[in-house]
Design a protein around this ligand. Structure first.
Ligand SMILES: CCCCNCC(=O)NCCc1ccc(S(N)(=O)=O)cc1
Ligand SMILES: [Zn+2]
Length: 258
């Protein structure tokens, strides 16, 4: 099989051949249906403590554009539904070729033009890879933020300004060390949906505690347009690099808000 992608011949409908878990009962993304979620007063606010990285790359890996530090630096996530500390691993994006599509999760069937994922791994594991393979829904914690078109996002500007430099698959650039990742996050990480799910790309491991924020982040039309010039391994626009929603099966989606 051609390496996995999002085209007709290698897209989400094909992934089960290499990754049979694609048809599992804890797959992501999902449609977050407000009439079916349940408020959980036990859900605490989340705390992300992100330390500026001295050595990080912004890269095009053929299916997304990704911020990837060379090593951990104590940046971590705690609280919310999480029982232990999770180490920051990377962040990346999913987007569409127009403003009506692009996000992976949906809210009452609505798609946003893009979705930003902050990936963290359970610090009781020796490494990220071990956390992915640790079995059960507590290996990774991924924060999902919807992006919508509006005001320019100053915190994301250092990253969106780098996009033209990683237009082609397999390219990367060094991220200036004064990049402040913490500034991307809202001041308080309240009002989120949380459920047990999976990676949304192969290997599709069912190892993720998903935390999807209700409030979208805003980016300017120019920032959104920058994503749409990124090219995949086939030389085609990467836009459309989102998996459609998967069945909820026997899972509950909890909310930190009423
Ligand atoms: C040679 C392959 C080795 C794989 N081993 C590395 C690996 O498992 N990588 C998967 C990394 C990943 C995928 C999808 C998400 S998402 N979109 O759910 O946040 C987050 C993280
Ligand atoms: Zn993702």
């Amino acid at each position: 099989m051609a390496p996995w992608g999002y085209e007709k011949d290698n897209g989400p409908a094909h992934w089960h051949k290499d990754c049979p878990i694609a048809n599992g009962k804890n797959q992501s993304p999902i449609d977050l249906i407000n009439g079916e979620v349940k408020y959980d007063s036990g859900l605490k606010p989340l705390t992300a403590k992100y330390v500026p990285f001295s050595d990080a790359k912004f890269l095009n890996n053929g299916h997304s554009v990704q911020f990837q530090p060379s090593a951990g630096n104590g940046s971590e996530l705690t609280g919310g539904p999480l029982a232990v500390k999770y180490n920051f691993e990377q962040f990346h994006f999913h987007w569409g070729n127009n403003d009506t599509e692009g996000s992976e999760h949906r809210v009452d069937g609505k798609m946003y033009p893009a979705e930003l994922h902050f990936v963290h791994w359970n610090s009781t594991n020796p490494s990220f890879k071990d956390a992915v393979g640790s079995g059960g829904p507590n290996g990774l914690a991924v924060l999902g933020f919807f992006l919508k078109v509006g005001a320019e996002n100053a915190a994301l500007k250092p990253i969106t300004d780098l996009i033209p430099k990683v237009k082609d698959a397999g390219t990367s650039v060094t991220v200036p060390s004064n990049f402040d990742m913490q500034a991307i996050l809202p001041a308080t990480l309240t009002d989120y949906y949380t459920y047990d799910g999976s990676l949304t790309t192969p290997p599709l491991a069912e190892c993720v505690k998903w935390i999807v924020f209700k409030q979208p982040l805003e980016v300017s039309a120019a920032q959104m347009e920058a994503f749409r010039s990124v090219i995949n391994r086939d030389g085609k626009p990467m836009g459309g690099n989102y998996r459609p929603p998967c069945p909820l099966h026997d899972r509950a989606v909890k909310t930190s808000f009423k």
